[in-house]
Design a protein around this ligand. Structure first.
Ligand code: 3PG
Length: 306
């Protein structure tokens, strides 16, 4: 009987767990649950005899893969797989998949919520501003970016996007203006919403030069990854420009400096919240379980990323 471990430091909603269990029960697989674990050792022990693992932002390192002797597949229930050592997985013959699109609406709603929060001064009781009529630049027009565009259009924002991997037509059919360069996106947008993955090309790429192009007042919204922002340069920019604010789904490494210097001009969620909805948990968790069943039973490798 195949054994599937759900290893989530940040647990899925109970409804998602029961739906995942139904999928695995129907396939004749055994589900093992490891939630809120606090040490690597506990994870090493839990993976030792499983065939498949479902994770969220949990780190699947070379060591975890080495400890999982029977492992055939890891599915990241979500979009970003920068938390998985793909080279180590490939070397060990382990398939890695994600579940693209399944939690995108949840992340997009949070991005818009963060814009409203900043526009209203963190709900501080003073006069704020509205999003209607303001410019929004969507940096990377993937699953999340598309949802953000649609909601922002409903609010009445003017929406621009830049995505080096898409042709203009596929963006402009949504009524979004596709810009030719990342520089022009930042030059055109009072709000920037980041939707780029964290990889060797993008890490620390959101830097002083780029951010300083944003018109006043500027709001940077990060529901992507903290690693894509060059924190030292963002801090320098916020020192130089009092109109600049930053809101991020998960605290940057230098959160204490923001607290010390930029009171009222930043907000960081205590835990990554973007995909933390019941709906997203169900969508991504069930998709992950179905993908595991289809791979182990039929060899289907759709959504393989390594
Ligand atoms: C993703 O990449 O799908 C999101 O960042 C969600 O991450 P989470 O599953 O840890 O909430």
């Amino acid at each position: 009987m195949s054994k599937v471990l759900i290893a989530t430091e940040k647990p899925f909603a109970p409804l998602a767990i029961s739906k995942i269990k139904t999928v695995l029960d129907n396939a004749g697989f055994q589900m093992v649950l490891l939630e809120k674990y606090t040490s690597k050792e506990v994870l090493f022990e839990a993976v030792s005899d499983v065939d498949a693992i479902i994770i969220r932002s949990d780190k699947i390192t070379k060591e975890v893969i080495a400890a999982a002797k029977n492992l055939k597949i890891v599915v990241r229930a979500g979009a970003g797989y920068d938390n998985v050592d793909l080279a180590a997985a490939t070397e060990a013959g382990v398939v890695v998949m994600n579940t693209p699109g399944q939690n995108s609406n949840a992340v997009a709603e949070l991005a818009i919520g963060m814009m409203i929060f900043m526009a209203r001064g963190g709900f501080n009781g003073k006069a704020g501003t509205e999003l209607r009529g303001k410019t929004l630049g969507i940096h990377a027009y993937g699953n999340v970016g598309r949802y953000v565009a649609k909601i922002a259009q409903g609010i009445g924002m003017e929406v621009f996007a830049f995505d080096p991997f898409l042709d203009k037509e596929s963006i402009e059919k949504d009524g979004v203006k596709a810009l030719d360069s990342v520089e022009s996106l930042y030059e055109s947008s009072q709000y920037i919403s980041l939707h780029i993955p964290a990889n060797d090309k993008t890490k620390r790429s959101i830097n002083y030069k780029l951010l300083s192009k944003m018109p006043e007042p500027a709001v940077l919204v990060n529901t992507a990854r903290k690693e894509v922002v060059n924190e030292e340069e963002l801090i320098k920019l916020m020192d130089d420009r009092s109109d600049f604010t930053y809101i991020s789904d998960i605290a940057p490494d230098n959160a204490d400096i923001f607290a010390e210097k930029f009171s009222g001009r930043y907000f960081f969620t205590p835990k990554k919240m973007g995909a933390q909805t019941k709906e997203a948990n169900v969508n991504a968790g069930v998709a992950a379980a179905n993908q595991i069943v289809d791979f182990l039973k039929n060899g289907n490798t759709t959504f393989k990323v390594n």
